[in-house]
Design a protein around this ligand. Structure first.
Ligand code: KG4
Ligand code: ZN
Length: 357
């Protein structure tokens, strides 16, 4: 069963053909990073215009690479929330047009849950086992920093969230302060490798440090605005050598990574998670991947970490997710709308099988 997946929620136009939820026949990603770089962040209207330019050629390229035509598809899955509304509208309108012309069903996909499914594209057998549940997912991207629990019956709940900036924003804004360009995550990751992560002390918010007692309701929440402000003060009126810059970047990254690992570990222990997964663009971070692995290996666990190409925005996770929706007959119609925000009630994750082994 082949599904055409379309992703335009932020600054990547991506289209993919996936067979049976896991066999990726094509996954084309056209990035707009260059178009937004001068602004230090994604400009929604500009993103929409770029998607409009790219969507049709990217669909054609994905079909060609998969050696398929639209008539070989069973459905069209498209991200319809959460994301930038003008950007989402391009993908959804295109998908609806294609659905109307081809008679295929259209499936609206929750981008956030699709990121979680992205981690399982290479580990789909884990979804079938009862001992994987509840699944704890650390979803860390430019728009989200959440801890999600997916229960054995498929119910998905957010159990931790950021109170201000997302982890990806913490990297992007730090890079802006340091004039390192956009997006900040990859360049910080690279520079940090040559720096000393202990050189500068940056705050780890909501971890019970700094002499302030941690509020119970924030045990699984995050806050990254403080560490960003600390960086701003650290670099203010300071001439930095190349090495000092690398040490600063490395220490900053360490502060963000430490908090993510600590909270994921805390949640996994508290909820007695079966599988622990990490996904979203920030999950590409090499230090985070290493420290998550080390922390969980210490307690005899192996976290499931999405392949870097399925961490950042991609349509393979959307098409794969759509396959499970179709199997459960969860299809939409041409009145499918878009939504900027993550709904409070996430409902059931469609990728949890109805019967587990
Ligand atoms: O998932 P994604 O592609 O888009 C959203 O849904 O937001 O994530 C993009 C975010 C950006 O903030 C980018 O700086 C961050 O992921 N990112 C990284 C790395 N690669 C991408 N952050 C830290 N280290 C990386 N290697
Ligand atoms: Zn994303």
């Amino acid at each position: 069963m082949k599904i055409l997946g379309i992703e335009t929620s932020c600054d990547e136009t991506s289209v993919s053909v996936v067979k049976d939820g896991v066999e990726i026949l094509s996954n084309i990603v056209s990035s707009q990073i260059q178009a937004h770089a001068g602004f230090g962040g994604v400009v929604p209207e500009l993103a929409a215009r770029e998607h409009l330019k790219n969507i049709h050629p990217v669909v054609e390229a994905a079909l060609q690479e998969a050696n398929c035509s639209v008539s070989d598809m069973e459905a069209i899955a498209v991200t319809n929330s959460p994301g930038l509304v003008p950007a989402l509208l391009v993908g959804v309108s295109y998908a609806k047009g294609l659905a109307a012309a081809s008679g295929l069903p259209v499936i609206g996909v929750n981008h956030f849950l699709a990121h979680v499914y992205g981690a399982f594209l290479d580990h789909s057998e884990q979804l079938l086992k009862a001992e994987s549940y509840p699944i704890l997912a650390l979803v860390v991207s430019g728009g989200h920093t959440n801890l999600l629990l997916v229960e054995e019956n498929g119910e998905a709940h957010i159990i931790g969230r950021t109170l201000d900036d997302a982890a990806g924003e913490a990297f992007d804004k730090a890079a802006k302060i340091l004039n390192l360009g956009y997006p900040g995550g990859p360049v910080i990751d690279r520079l940090a490798k040559e720096g000393n992560p202990q050189a500068v002390h940056f705050p780890r918010a909501l971890t019970g440090g700094g002499g302030r007692p941690e509020k119970k309701e924030n045990r699984l929440n995050f806050s990254f605005s403080g560490v960003k402000t600390a960086l701003l003060y650290h670099v203010k009126d300071r001439e930095m050598s190349d090495q000092e810059l690398k040490d600063t970047v490395s220490s900053y990254q360490e502060a963000v990574v430490d908090v993510l690992v600590l909270k994921a570990m805390r949640a996994a222990k508290h909820y007695k998670a079966g599988a622990v997964v990490m996904c979203g663009g920030v999950a590409c971070n090499s230090r985070l991947r290493l420290k998550m692995k080390q922390a969980f290996n210490k307690i005899g666990r192996e976290p499931v970490v999405a392949k870097p190409c399925y961490c950042t925005d991609n349509a393979a996770m959307v098409a794969g997710y759509g396959y499970h929706c179709l199997k459960q007959n969860r299809v939409d119609n041409l009145s499918l709308g878009v939504n900027a925000r993550l709904p409070l009630d996430l409902g059931k994750a469609p990728f949890v099988p109805e019967t587990l082994t």
